[in-house]
Design a protein around this ligand. Structure first.
Ligand SMILES: [Zn+2]
Ligand SMILES: [Zn+2]
Length: 142
């Protein structure tokens, strides 16, 4: 499940601060009240780990393997990004933004191309609509 809105702001702030920060730093970055941030972090053990410290100086770290995509987008299923590839077996290389295949050194005709779903956050090709890096599931945009 994706985190709630306020928790999402806290997580985004923590990510922007390099995945490790104090309650006070997170609150400042997120533009939220320190006490509210502290209360939220206390129940966010699915996402964050408490490293030590007290009160507003408590240090938090984003848990390893927490996927960014649901935090940043806050939706259960977000659209995959569709990327054009060469489709002329054996070549299935990714084409550049001009539709040029760097492997074959040519610009294939549109019928020799195919769209592949990608993770918009990691910019990686999905395996069965799942990102190999952030492990998030995406849906087909069509
Ligand atoms: Zn090619
Ligand atoms: Zn990803």
């Amino acid at each position: 499940m994706a985190p709630r809105k306020r928790q999402r702001l806290i997580l985004i702030a923590l990510i922007e601060l390099g995945e490790r920060a104090t309650t006070k730093q997170i609150a400042k970055r997120a533009g939220l009240n320190v006490n509210g941030v502290s209360q939220n972090l206390g129940v966010m053990d699915k996402y964050v780990e408490r490293l030590g410290g007290r009160g507003s100086k408590t240090t938090w770290r984003l848990k390893v393997n927490v996927p960014y995509a649901p935090i940043l987008h806050g939706e259960v299923m977000i659209k995959a990004k569709m990327v054009l590839h060469h489709d002329d077996p054996p070549c299935t290389a990714r084409l550049d933004e001009n539709g040029y295949c760097p492997k074959c050194n040519l610009t294939p005709d549109i019928q020799n191309t195919r769209l592949y779903p990608y993770c918009p956050t990691c910019n990686l090709s999905l395996k069965e609509m799942k990102c190999p890096n952030c492990k998030w599931m995406f849906r087909n945009p069509s």
